[in-house]
Design a protein around this ligand. Structure first.
Ligand code: SAH
Length: 394
């Protein structure tokens, strides 16, 4: 294994189990590792620190082990088994819930790897070349260790660095398209389309937050803005909402939402879905004089990089200001940000500014985050990305 030696004093973050080695911390590389190759990281005095996947870029090594051990099939099996047994022990894999995230990157000490499970199919996504290289070993390990999973679909065409020129192809590594896939989340059925859908086909990370919406939906009119597959809408309907409007700019998302309402409730006259831009929809409500008791705002990440932070914060403020204008007195606003570069305080400040502008009396009822199958490695705080506020608006 090629050795990567760090500059003096650059070992500190690794001694605290942070799983990344930045290129600026490296003194020298003994040899020429290929991208994705496993390398051994040592300090300036050549003491062992970690083993990880090498890649060209600002994060040069993503650590898979802090122990000097053999990285073989058994090693990957143990990682998958640990991820699975945690979800199982937390009750996330049960008869009424077979939709869950099995591996959440650094949160499961597997940097660069995401695996979501839908019934008998696992959808795997590599964000690093090292994990891309491991895809077949990982797929076999999933099927060997997870009794329910029969098919593994690989979807990394858009998540791997473009410059690496590895041209990953999406497709089934094991098994094939499940003809009677029955993805269930908290007893609700969902059609998941990983072939054409966003990310792995479904946003598993909002499961608990959707449940909370269900609790507050009885007798309420609900607007689910940025609905995608209609997750929040279906929970609101089961919770006894009197009316649910789902909005997304993508026509495909609206189709999926309508399908998901249908598979759970057949025809439901309480629900209507609109393919429309969020701001346009919210602006037009003035004319329609339509107001809602509950509004959900779950937009895509407004900032994907640090440079976009200022504009993203402005975007969150503008969007939330619109919701404060359109929500009924005694209304409940569920507002989210999934931008990793926007932290909890910055997001709260953006929502605070929007609230102040509306001059309405606003109270924080809940501060939401990501669920247990999207764990945050305590040594890698960057893994915290989903933030939500539930507000009482008078
Ligand atoms: N709430 C969803 C996930 C939302 S993902 C869930 O629980 O699964 C973000 C969605 O916002 C995507 O479906 C995307 O099509 C939609 N979107 C992006 N820009 C938009 C815009 N300007 N107006 C309305 N929808 C938009």
């Amino acid at each position: 294994m090629i050795t990567v030696q760090l500059k003096p004093k650059k070992e500190e973050s690794l001694l605290r189990f942070h799983p990344w080695v930045f290129s600026g911390a490296i003194q020298r590389i003994e040899g020429k590792p290929a991208e994705g190759e496993l390398v051994k990281v040592v300090d300036a005095n050549r003491n062992f620190l970690a083993v990880g996947h090498y890649q060209i870029g600002s994060i040069a090594v993503r650590v898979v082990s802090f122990v000097d051990e053999k990285i073989d099939e058994k090693f990957w099996d143990t990682k998958i088994q640990r991820a699975y047994s945690m979800r199982k022990s937390l009750g996330l894999i049960a008869e009424n819930n077979n939709t869950y995230r099995l591996v959440h990157g650094e949160g499961d000490t597997l940097p660069g790897l995401i695996i979501d499970v839908y019934d008998d199919t696992a959808v795997m996504q590599a964000h690093s070349i090292g994990m891309h290289e491991m895809k077949d070993v990982l797929a076999k390990s999933i099927v060997r260790n997870i009794p329910e999973v029969k098919n593994v679909y690989y979807k990394s065409e858009t998540t791997l660095p473009f410059k690496a020129a590895i041209n990953p192809e999406d497709g089934y590594l094991i098994g094939k398209e499940s003809i009677d896939l029955n993805a269930i989340e908290n007893g609700l059925k969902f059609q998941v389309d990983w072939l054409k859908g966003q990310k792995t086909g479904f946003f598993v990370d909002q499961r608990e937050n959707r449940s909370l919406l269900e609790r507050y939906s009885k007798g309420k009119s609900v607007l689910n803005m940025f609905c995608y597959t209609g997750g929040f809408s279906v929970y609101a309907l089961r919770g006894g909402a009197t009316l649910v409007h789902s909005v997304d700019s993508s026509a495909k998302a609206i189709d999926l939402t309508n399908k998901n309402v249908e598979v759970n409730f057949q025809v439901d006259s309480r629900h209507a879905a609109f393919a429309e831009d969020a701001f346009k929809y919210l602006n037009n409500l003035h004319e329609l004089e339509q107001k809602y008791d509950v509004i959900v705002l779950d937009p895509p990440a407004f900032a994907k990089h640090r440079d976009a932070l200022r504009n993203a914060l402005k975007g969150y403020k503008r969007l939330n200001a619109k919701a404060f204008e359109q929500i009924k007195p005694g209304g409940i606003l569920f507002t989210f940000s999934c931008s990793q570069v926007v932290n909890k305080d910055q997001f709260r400040l953006a929502v605070f500014s929007a609230a102040a502008e509306s001059k309405r009396n606003v109270r924080i009822l809940h501060q939401l985050s990501q669920p247990a199958d999207h764990p945050i490695n305590i040594y890698h705080p960057e893994g915290e990305y989903l933030k939500g506020l539930v507000l009482w608006v008078e």
